[in-house]
Write a protein that binds this ligand. Structure first.
Ligand code: TXA
Ligand code: MG
Length: 343
């Protein structure tokens, strides 16, 4: 398949036509790039799963550009959902509703009674939905298991030849995927942490939101291997930055004896301590928003460097740091070396 590349200044009519004909279009969103198809066309949705190599029991998020579209897709809009919609839409928040099952195909929902809906804030994505007139199913535009793409080069790496069209929208602003909250039940649950934090949700709802311990994700898709670079990525943690740096150096020394290609993925404040070692920075600790938006691209750069083993850090803050750690822990397959682990 020939993949058409469109620029942000190009007309989106061609992309909208492709979607209306059941094709696949990658569009930027404010979180990460999305692999879009008509959410109501079972065949089109099937090709999303094929292009990503995604397990079919992992449901998709349906993207809308008006509240009328929402009303067409869901059985009810609870009061709490309305509060969240008024505060955070358009934006990086996905809500789970009871689905109109006769309208939304089983494939889109992975046979669940519920559907995930998001009203994104990116102007290109919004226009694409509006011109096509379609609700768009859109998972992150990566091969399943790889870090979500936050620029067009990474989309091309994974999906060139597998999709009809890719729209270049520059770097994704937020860089981690939307927060997912389930409002389909009395007990409101956070399913995936994101840029919109638990505190922001609770402040808006003025009630407790159930969040699994350590924000352990309970969205169906979160059980799969995720965000994994080829290198064996391991977190090193201690009660001070200096101890983390020292421990990393000890570990690297041991690894060097085995001639391994070792690197570190740290923060600006630590870079000076790793001058002779392949090192990448996630950004400054003072700017967690930057760390979030850099994270997935840096994970992909570890692959470009062909590193075998990489040590990285733990962010202990609450809020956005927890959402970043949710992704980083998955990328590490939960491998953490804590200083007290030293034998
Ligand atoms: O920011 C985002 O949400 C991006 C952009 C493209 O919008 N999309 C995204 O989609 O991250 P994806 O498919 O990579 O992640 C969707 C997550 C999966 O973990 C899936 O299991 C969960 O949403 N999900 C979808 N429908 C659900 C449902 N009905 N109930 C519970 N979880 C659901
Ligand atoms: Mg994804």
């Amino acid at each position: 398949m020939n993949t058409l590349i469109l620029n942000k200044s190009d007309k989106l009519e061609i992309a909208a036509k492709i979607l209306q004909n059941g094709g696949l279009v990658v569009s930027p969103t404010e979180t990460v790039y999305g692999l879009c198809a008509n959410a109501l066309n079972e065949k089109a949705v099937e090709s999303i799963f094929w292009a990503k190599g995604r397990p079919s029991d992992n449901p998709l998020i349906v993207h809308i550009a008006s509240l009328d579209m929402l009303r067409d897709l869901v059985l009810e809009i609870p009061d709490d959902a309305n509060k969240l919609i008024n505060t955070f839409w358009p934006g990086p928040l996905t809500l789970i509703f009871k689905a109109k099952k006769d309208i939304i195909p089983n494939k889109t929902r992975a046979n669940l009674d519920t559907v995930a809906i998001r009203f994104p804030a990116n102007p290109i994505m919004l226009e694409l939905i509006k011109i096509s007139g379609l609700p768009l199913a859109a998972p992150s535009a990566n091969t399943s298991g790889k870090p979500s793409p936050t620029n067009i080069n990474r989309v091309i790496e994974d999906l060139s030849g597998k999709v009809d069209c890719i729209i270049d929208g520059g770097n994704s602003k937020i860089g981690i995927e939307s927060t997912i909250i389930d409002v389909s039940d009395k007990r409101i649950k956070l399913l995936r942490p994101g840029f919109i934090t638990l505190k922001m949700l609770e402040d808006t709802l003025k009630k407790t939101v159930y969040a699994p311990k350590n924000h352990f994700p309970i969205a169906p898709g979160m059980k799969y291997k995720h965000y994994a670079p080829n290198a064996n990525l391991i977190i090193v943690d201690a009660d001070s930055t200096q101890k983390v740096i020292n421990r990393m150096h000890e570990l690297i020394k041991e690894d060097m004896l085995e001639n391994r290609k070792i690197g570190v993925l740290v923060v600006d404040e630590m870079l000076d301590f790793f001058e002779n070692i392949p090192s990448l920075s996630l950004g400054s600790l003072q700017l967690l928003e930057d760390i979030a938006s850099n994270l997935f691209e840096k994970l992909r750069q570890l692959d470009d460097l062909k590193l075998e083993k990489v040590y990285t850090i733990y962010l202990h803050d609450i809020g956005l740091a927890e959402s970043i750690m949710n992704r980083l822990l998955k990328a590490c397959n939960n491998q953490i070396i804590r200083l007290e682990d030293k034998k």
